[in-house]
Design a protein around this ligand. Structure first.
Ligand code: CP
Length: 307
């Protein structure tokens, strides 16, 4: 069987994404049909950067499919700390596991890994580049909330420059119809030019603003993001920009009653905890969707189908 990897969301066709969403829904409807489907299969989670949701949802996903998990949760607890290359690490782990989910601070590291592993590689986030399984999570969340992935106005707010979840979500949504983006950020954290070029090429409608208040009434989805301290070269810039946007119950009053608030999490300050009780807040539901879609993805990449 040809080895399929997931490095960028565009590695999957729209039909394949729709099929993953259908499988995720089938898993919820018929959990008993999946509980032993990955028996004797092993997932390795190689996390060279911190994670809560991505690593643990991958591990929970494989365990709920009846498989096993192994791996490490920081570079310091692997031989990377002794200078081992990514290439040698994944070639070794490919001898122990059937599929690998890897997070690495260096952009492009999963591409190097995919050349050497001999088993499917899933990019669980590479630097400020891409985070395709977060995007699958986001698409499943939107589909479950709206029943569609077309005809939506999506506001992306916060760190749009370094935010890999934002870049991947835009890339994915460009392939659906009648999508409009409202990009809400300080000038210093606007989306990179190559993403703007992709939006122009796809012919989607997009606007940039620094005002969350102005954007709120227009949105079906508000996708909040954290200002990421770890991506800044300079502490002063981080301190100046970190509280650029804080979503509060007062701001929520500016939004429509059907708008949903998403966030890949972790959050720091950008959504006040009072918003959590608003029925439009769906970031913890989103984290649950992450487990379901990763279950579907593991099955897809291992070529396993429900009998
Ligand atoms: N959304 C996300 O990637 O969260 P973690 O960093 O906790 O994995």
């Amino acid at each position: 069987m040809e080895i399929r990897n997931l490095i960028n969301i565009t590695d999957l066709s729209v039909e394949e994404i729709n099929s993953l969403i259908n499988t995720a829904d089938d898993i919820v409807a018929h959990p008993e049909a999946y509980e032993d489907i990955c028996r004797h299969k092993k997932l390795a989670t190689l996390f060279f950067e911190p994670s809560t949701r991505t690593r643990l949802s991958f591990e929970a996903a494989m365990l709920e499919l009846g498989g096993s998990v192994l791996g490490f949760s920081s570079a310091n607890s692997s031989s990377a700390a002794k200078g081992e290359s990514v290439s040698d690490t994944v070639r070794t782990v490919g001898c122990y596991a059937d599929i690998i989910a890897m997070r690495h601070p260096k952009e492009g590291a999963p591409i190097v890994a995919a050349r050497r592993a001999g088993v499917p590689i899933i990019n669980a986030g590479d630097g400020g580049h891409f985070h395709p399984t977060q995007t699958l999570t986001d698409l499943l969340t939107i589909k479950r909330k709206f029943g569609r992935l077309n005809g939506l106005t999506i506001g992306l707010c916060g760190d749009l420059k370094f935010g890999r979840t934002v870049h991947s979500l835009i890339e994915a949504m460009l392939r659906y119809e009648n999508i409009r983006f409202v990009l809400i950020s300080p000038e210093e954290l606007q989306v990179p030019d190559y993403i703007k070029e992709s939006m122009d090429k796809a012919g989607v409608d997009w606007t940039e603003t620094s005002s969350l208040d102005d954007a709120m009434p227009q949105l079906d989805v508000l996708y909040m993001t954290r200002i990421q301290k770890e991506r800044f070269f300079n502490e002063e810039d981080y301190v100046r920009l970190k509280d650029s946007y804080i979503l509060t119950p007062e701001k929520m009053r500016l939004a429509g009653e059907n708008m949903i608030v998403m966030h890949p999490l972790p959050r720091v300050n950008e959504i006040s905890v009072e918003v959590d009780d608003d029925p439009r807040a769906c970031y913890f539901f989103q984290a649950l969707c992450g487990k379901h879609i990763r279950m579907a993805l593991i099955l897809f990449l291992l070529g396993i189908k429900r009998q």
